[in-house]
Write a protein that binds this ligand. Structure first.
Ligand code: ATP
Length: 361
């Protein structure tokens, strides 16, 4: 197999540290002959220097290469005249232009990571949020209207095509999983506010239509406000949750907190042809450049990249490498000797990375 080209955008804040960690772990697991990591610029810092948050050559690399690996983007105070953050534009543009419609956010309690929900131990929380990534409220980014400094509007957009494909993605994923920890049932929960807005009622009705093709998967519904309670009280009930863009954004931060925080929560943004992998966290400027960041979220996102590439290329060895990295992360956390700062330990970013590389043997 020719080397796989990975468009690699380190970005801002802790982005470079966590990206370098993931590259090191990938090379330890797979050797040096599988990947070419092509470093390409982008982010708020690059915008300050060049006026471009996503330069054309970076977009072309992301479009033409085999996958995208990203650290994080965004710096406080680097904003457009309308007050919105420049850094977010990097992945928002990639989402829209490469049609990365399914944002996959696993929420899994690993051994060694302590949940603030005391009733739950490792394995007790294991669900995946599928956040619709190209529509919903965020689709109107840049097109909202502020009238006479008195009234502001943004439009929430839900389409049949956009909902159908993300719902199908969620049902397919549930089918491939082992069900919810509570009862082993394969279940897709539709998260919306169908009781309040037509757009959400439409979202739900399309999910219902798709569900008819998946009789082996239960369909379940939760209003976005109610699910914030359920995710704290009975997270083990959930298997796969599909949500409109903004709701998915909000509940995935909540879910991440129940399994140890943003530093351990991976994310993949997947379309029919392209995919981007980055931790669920932002650029964490408060700890940037101090070697304090946890690299786990980015490393676990890299294992999602391996599995996606394995499917795309029919290359099971890549998925096996992903399994080995996941096992190494689990082993390091379970040993409890090398624990990152955000999980209550003192291991630096490079120390966590080296421990995982050692566990890979
Ligand atoms: P964004 O809106 O860009 O997603 P954010 O404003 O939600 O970002 P983050 O940058 O994710 O915020 O940071 C939130 C908090 O989590 C900060 O206190 C940060 O230090 C911490 N944090 C985020 N990522 C990590 C990490 N990888 N390791 C340790 N702490 C982290």
């Amino acid at each position: 197999m020719p080397k796989l080209k990975i468009a690699t955008i380190e970005g801002d804040g802790i982005g470079p540290e966590v990206t370098q960690a993931a590259v090191k772990v990938l090379e330890t697991a797979c050797g040096h002959d599988i990947f070419d990591f092509e470093m390409v610029p982008g982010g708020a810092g690059h915008y300050q220097k060049s006026g471009q948050v996503l330069p054309d050559e970076t977009f072309t690399a992301c479009r033409d290469m085999d996958a995208i690996l990203h650290g994080a983007a965004g710096l406080p105070g680097v904003v457009y005249p309308d007050g919105t953050e420049v850094g977010n534009e990097l992945h928002l543009q990639l989402r829209f232009r490469l049609d990365l419609y399914a944002n996959v956010r696993p929420v899994k309690l690993l051994p060694g990571a302590v949940s603030p929900l005391r009733a739950f131990k490792d394995g007790g929380i294991d669900y995946v949020i599928i956040r619709e990534n190209t529509e919903g409220l965020y689709a109107s980014r840049g097109a909202g209207v502020v009238l006479r400094d008195e009234v502001a509007t943004d439009t929430l957009m839900v389409t049949r095509k956009g909902t159908e494909r993300v719902a199908r993605f969620a049902f397919e994923l549930s089918r491939a999983r082992a069900g919810a920890p509570l009862d082993g049932k394969r279940r897709v929960t539709v998260c919306d506010k169908a009781n309040i807005l037509r757009s959400y009622a439409f979202f739900r009705s399309i999910c219902d239509e798709v569900a008819r093709d998946y009789e082996d998967v239960e369909i379940d519904y939760a209003y976005a406000d109610a699910i914030t309670v359920h995710l704290l009280k009975r997270p083990d009930f959930y298997d796969v949750i599909v949500a409109e863009n903004m709701f998915g954004d909000i509940i995935s931060d909540l879910g991440a907190t129940t399994v140890g925080g943003m530093g351990i929560s991976p994310s993949a943004e997947i379309g029919d042809k392209h995919a981007l992998f980055q931790g669920a966290h932002g650029s964490a400027p408060d700890i940037a450049g101090q070697n304090l960041a946890s690299p786990l979220a980015t490393i676990l996102s890299a294992t999602m990249m391996l599995r996606w590439l394995a499917d795309q290329r029919s290359a099971p060895a890549l998925a096996e490498a992903g399994d080995r990295i996941d096992a190494a992360v689990t082993q390091v956390l379970a040993d409890g000797e090398t624990v990152p700062h955000d999980l209550g330990g003192s291991a630096k970013c490079t120390e966590m990375t080296d421990a995982i590389c050692r566990a890979l043997g």
